[in-house]
Design a protein around this ligand. Sequence first.
Ligand SMILES: Cc1ncc(COP(=O)(O)O)c(C=O)c1O
Length: 393
Amino acid sequence: MKKYNFDEIIDRRGTDCFKWDALPSMYGRDDLLPMWVADMDFRSPDFVMDAIRKRCDHDVLGYTMPSKSYWNAVAGWLEKHYGIVLGEEREHYEELHFIPGIVAGIAYALLCLTQHGDKVMVTTPVYPPFLNLPKESQRTLVCSPLKIENGRFAIDFDDFEQKIDGCKLFIMSNPHNPAGTVWGAEVLRRIAEICERHNVIVISDEIHADLTLHGHKHVSYSTVSDKAKNHSITFMAPSKTFNIAGLGSSVCYIANRDLRKRFFGWLDALGVAGGNIFAFTAAEAAFAEGNEWLSQMLDYLKGNVQTLKTFVDEKMPQVKVVLPEASYLAWLDFAACGYEHKTLADKLINEAMVALNDGTTFGGDAYKCCFRMNLGCPKALLVEGLEKIRRVL
Ligand SMILES: Cc1ncc(COP(=O)(O)O)c(C=O)c1O
């Protein structure tokens, strides 16, 4: 069995990588330790790189299409890991569609399924594009704030049910970004009951699904009930799982035939079905060969989550942390440190010299004492970042 080395520090600067090379444009300086954008500083898996190199042996890069073996790898992954079993159209993978990215997929769904002014619901704090997409497309954004219960995010169902009335869509991060909350089957079933009653289509963004930690188990929304299956659009991707986000390779699953006809017809009209050569090649290799790499990588991430927890408990107890149950993002609340938002942000950037994601971008002023930290890096970098923060608090 091959042992992968996640301690290796790889210099990503100068590769047009957003996390490191966009620091000057996003934070005004290039000497920060980036712990923001949600990709990992680990080497992308060797079997994915090999598949891409092999495809490059052929010198024509003309139009492409998803192959049967690509669909087999995708469908196999969904069935094995999440119990998503394709129906009678299994032969032709009609319930699945390629999409170049999940943010794009959500945008396509918004444009296809809602009109100007329609109400679209999210639960905050949440991944910023969930807020920006409805706003920028002139939909009416409705936010239901999450509660913190026993150190984890939870849905405030009274607020949720009251606000969902009149909404056309609910966009859900499952697991939840910014803090990797794994919604259990019971919560998802309750969401499905409410959304069905209010005639709401649910978009379940499951990009972090493969990264569950510490015994948590991802439940795919469509599998919790017939109602959920019938009124949902599920997005999945190998991009976070295998650190190949730069390839733009995601998939959409819809069980409901009418919804599928409408949305997939729109995707085909937009011309996104053709995908791109490396997106298909990489996803197929990842899904077909990725189990061992993923399991070792998750063990490493668990170690990083533990490192964060121990560090905060022992050296920064004034910082409250929501630890991820899935993925590599943690939510840090600095309220007890007593700084104004601007001072806090300035301290982190210009004194600690770390780049975190500002909490306000996840839902406004309610989160002005919070920052999201990316733990998807070699442990040495994580500890370096934590030390830098501790010194300035
Ligand atoms: C919940 C969620 N959805 C979507 C994305 C981005 O997906 P894509 O790169 O496929 O657009 C991210 C990236 O951080 C995310 O956390």
